[in-house]
Write a protein that binds this ligand. Sequence first.
Ligand SMILES: CC/C=C\C/C=C\C/C=C\C/C=C\CC/C=C/C(=O)SCCNC(=O)CCNC(=O)[C@H](O)C(C)(C)COP(=O)(O)OP(=O)(O)OC[C@H]1O[C@@H](n2cnc3c(N)ncnc32)[C@H](O)[C@@H]1OP(=O)(O)O
Ligand SMILES: Cc1cc2nc3c(=O)[nH]c(=O)nc-3n(C[C@H](O)[C@H](O)[C@H](O)COP(=O)(O)OP(=O)(O)OC[C@H]3O[C@@H](n4cnc5c(N)ncnc54)[C@H](O)[C@@H]3O)c2cc1C
Length: 670
Amino acid sequence: MTSKNKINEDLANERRKCNFNIEEVTYILDGGKEKTLQRKKIEDVALNGGASVDDIPEEYLSARERYENAIRKSCIYTNIVKNEVLEITGIENYGSPVLRRTGDAFFKDISPFMLHLGMFVPSIIGQCTAEQQATWLPRALDMKIIGAYAQTELGHGTFIRGLETTATYDPETEEFVLHSPTITSYKWWAGGLGRTANHCTVVAQLYTQGKCHGTHLFIVQIRDLETHMPLPGVKVGEIGPRMGFNTADNGFLGFNNYRIPRMNMMMKNAQVLKDGTYVKAARHGKLTYGTMVFVRVTLVGEASFNLAKAVTIAVRYSAVRRQSELRPGSIEPQILDYPTQQHKLFICIATAHAFQLTASWLWNTFTAVQAEMKKGNVDTLPELHALSSCLKALSTSDATAYIEQCRFACGGHGYMLSSNLPFLYAFVVATRTYEGDYTVLLLQTARFLVKAWEQAESGKVVTPTVAYLNRHFTTNGKMIWDNSPEGIIRVFQSVAAGKISLCVRSIRNRITSGMDHEDAWLMTTVQLVNAAEAHCRSVILHTYWNEIVRLTKHSSDNVKTVLNQLVMLYLTYWALERTGDLLRYSTISENDIDLLQRQYEELLVKIRPNAVGLVDAFDIRDEILQSTLGSYDGRVYERLMEEVQKNPLNKEPVDPSFHKYLKPLMKSKI
Ligand SMILES: CC/C=C\C/C=C\C/C=C\C/C=C\CC/C=C/C(=O)SCCNC(=O)CCNC(=O)[C@H](O)C(C)(C)COP(=O)(O)OP(=O)(O)OC[C@H]1O[C@@H](n2cnc3c(N)ncnc32)[C@H](O)[C@@H]1OP(=O)(O)O
Ligand SMILES: Cc1cc2nc3c(=O)[nH]c(=O)nc-3n(C[C@H](O)[C@H](O)[C@H](O)COP(=O)(O)OP(=O)(O)OC[C@H]3O[C@@H](n4cnc5c(N)ncnc54)[C@H](O)[C@@H]3O)c2cc1C
């Protein structure tokens, strides 16, 4: 064995200690053995040519070089996908999470094609008629046209109804005239728009026959397909450096009375006829927001995957890193042996599991709602919107905090870009804002919760995710504390019910004392966000526990044990985080809290020997992790030194700036 492929001895020891079948856990997380085998096959095809095709790491490049390099790699990857991967998986898997995952081997930051696959293509699928799909989809999937999703404007992101771009129908020519009437109406932020896209989905206020019908979606060509020049009437460019997303060429876009054919309005849910007659969406007023719902659903899985990457890096590093001494003269312990380090990291492993299983469950819910909507039934859409909103908000917010915790857990080396942790953080922190800001989305869930509360109050049976509200009206007093998983979940549901109840009371009291409904709601929004967070927490706890019970029914004993330890750690962790709520809404005592704390610390000890095995079970290839600290072999220090060789600053022993500036300064007299 050469030193290049030798496994670090501490990491090798950890793997010897692991007492469960790692593959079995991988299968559970992937959704079954077949899915794991399929993923591995795709990864082999996509990555075995050597994915990391950068001679100089992208962080050393200028903005121009970085963008060009990102385009170069996007094209390499797209060709691999088109020519090799889709042969195995079929075209319907374009844009699947596996391809998204494999793509990470090519980019530390982000591909300029991400929004094409992540939002432009889904908007064609979700918002176009079959005829329109036949026109656009094959060209988009084959990358003959490259798109972006241009909704947000300089002046408005959250409040979609406030968007200012107009699309006015002209029946004479059967065209829409797109126009940006103000500076604040300029599209701003759309990924891939600045330099890459030649088409985009544009969200604009639709005017026909002198009436505004609110925001609708349009497919708009913005650049010439041969020359890539912006078309006359289109002003487009890149918005400038930002925190992360620096290879995504986020762009701005304005229109000067720019004409597009009538059939470029995405007409699945509402139409404008040739004569300008507007035909309203028959089923639900918010179906044009469908692409956002789809992306919110996928973002829960994104949060899980990125957290899994971060904790894989941090746990492996913590097994390799030794620091301090427990007793004078004793061997320095692996930092993973410190309970405080375990406290930082094991919750991250458990959270990645919780989010992965919740993401799969949410995806199933999403596809079930889609199937119902195809039959014309939109009754389940409000619950899906409430669920996808709060799960997107919480998963991205928790993942952000825990990825940062993983970085802290790696000490100084966690700040190195080559650890990949800063990139992961910058990528994930944006997910908390884009596709609906954290607070705004929780307030959407709160609207649903208050309505569900009112239904339960009037004796109606409410939908499953809020069924605990029906129970709230049939039980008296505080929920009895019970330290079983089901007991903890019930208490969390009581906390949510209690908080929603307080919100309803506050709103009613405020209205009674003279406020109108809008002000009463506004004054209660701090509590409403809190209640929606509590509801979402209970949904995650419940889903995680239920899914583990279901998925480990036929598992080997040791797998059952370790996955149970993790889910118990998760439940106990959150119970301890929320002791204030538990004291308020349940009969938990000081003694019960002491017992919870002890239980938590014992779980850390039990999980410790399997920690490396657990992160190995995420099965994330080194090419995808792209981390000096987190590779499978644990050659942390060697990789850090190897990376230093790639630093262009080290190419010459003396920097030219020495002769230009430093030396004159040193020679100058005071
Ligand atoms: C290879 C694979 C590639 C990729 C995959 C991997 C990763 C992920 C993919 C891509 C992501 C990558 C990068 C993304 C980059 C970012 C993109 C963007 O950010 S795009 C822009 C997103 N913008 C937003 O999310 C804006 C947020 N704002 C809103 O959603 C709305 O304005 C808001 C809901 C806040 C308010 O809307 P409004 O019309 O004012 O409604 P109101 O509050 O009055 O509510 C009325 C009524 O409607 C209900 N409702 C609202 N929204 C929905 C909905 N979406 N569905 C159903 N119902 C909805 C609302 O609850 C209310 O109902 P009630 O009256 O209470 O009954
Ligand atoms: C990296 C990145 C990529 C993006 N990519 C795209 C893209 O491809 N396409 C696209 O169209 N957009 C994109 N966006 C835009 C993104 O969707 C918006 O920035 C996001 O929806 C937030 O909207 P905003 O910027 O208007 O924030 P604001 O709404 O201005 O939020 C500012 C603050 O006001 C608060 N706030 C706003 N409204 C309310 C309310 N009603 N109640 C309480 N508090 C409120 C928020 O909580 C927040 O604290 C991207 C953004 C980022 C950061």
